[in-house]
Design a protein around this ligand. Structure first.
Ligand SMILES: Cc1cc2nc3c(=O)[nH]c(=O)nc-3n(C[C@H](O)[C@H](O)[C@H](O)COP(=O)(O)OP(=O)(O)OC[C@H]3O[C@@H](n4cnc5c(N)ncnc54)[C@H](O)[C@@H]3O)c2cc1C
Length: 233
């Protein structure tokens, strides 16, 4: 089965994935107004002192003014990446259903430079490149395993087995697709954990793109998050 269409405005990530900001109700002004309602004040436009207010709120972990906004992302990623993503409970997800729709045959195969080995002990692993020959062999092995799984899946479906059961033979490298809605407070928590060195490289790549889209919509909040050491309020 062929790869689904890539929607307009998507930013490619990994070999078959993307991130797209589907919609957003998000501005730095919403943070300022949420904070100033304490003093019965409302502004139509940002003023020079407001940048300082946003920085103050972030540094002092006054988190609630960062909740009055919403980002809706459309994401295509491997299942193992989504398993990490879905742990972020302060957000909403709706995912492509392999019960109702036939899976396609896109599987994540790391690029040669992403094929890595794990060195060190639990808690302080580092991930180092492998020799090109091993990287090539590993890619070939992965491709073979994915193809064999998909061929079994195809045979089961053709034989009349329900999609909800046939899918059990597919690996976590298979791509899935979802909508993700999140507010800036929870998004900063996500970014602090996933656009970070300790995060697995694959989700890290998605988080980098997400951070760029967040910074475009809420530049002062993003700048304050970075100056506060990337700690969510
Ligand atoms: C590098 C890395 C390695 C990881 N390894 C593992 C692993 O080996 N095994 C594993 O299971 N998970 C692992 N995780 C997932 C991790 O434990 C979190 O589930 C995930 O990062 C979501 O973070 P969160 O709970 O802060 O986010 P959210 O669920 O979005 O929560 C946001 C914030 O809300 C508050 N909150 C939410 N729910 C509760 C609650 N029930 N009680 C109190 N406060 C709450 C907390 O302040 C929390 O930080 C790993 C994550 C990272 C980044």
């Amino acid at each position: 089965m062929s790869t689904p269409e890539v929607p307009e405005g998507s930013i490619p990530v990994l070999d078959h994935g993307f991130v797209r900001l589907d919609d957003a109700m998000a501005s730095d002004l919403s943070v300022v107004n949420a904070a100033r309602v304490s003093f019965a004040r409302h502004k139509q436009e940002m003023e020079s002192e407001d940048e300082g207010l946003i920085g103050f709120l972030l540094r002092n972990r006054h988190g609630t003014p960062f909740e009055h906004n919403s980002f809706r992302f459309h994401v295509r990623c491997p299942i193992f990446v989504m398993r990490e993503w879905i742990r972020h409970r302060w957000s909403s997800f709706n995912e492509f259903s392999m019960r109702y729709t036939r899976a396609n045959d896109d599987f994540y195969i790391p690029a040669l430079e992403d094929m890595r080995q794990q060195v060190g002990k639990p808690g302080s692993y580092s991930f180092e490149p492998v020799e090109p020959e091993l990287a090539e062999t590993a890619r070939a092995e992965m491709e073979k395993a994915n193809k064999a799984s998909y061929a079994t899946y195809d045979r089961l479906i053709e034989a009349g087995i329900a999609r909800e059961l046939a899918r059990t033979v597919l690996p976590v490298a298979a791509y899935t697709e979802f909508y993700w809605t999140v507010n800036a407070r929870s998004l900063m928590n996500f970014l602090s954990l996933r656009n970070a060195e300790a995060a697995q490289r694959e989700i890290h790549r998605y988080a980098e793109v997400i951070e760029g889209l967040f910074a475009e919509r809420m530049p002062l909040t993003h700048a304050a998050f970075v100056s506060a050491g990337r700690t969510a309020p």
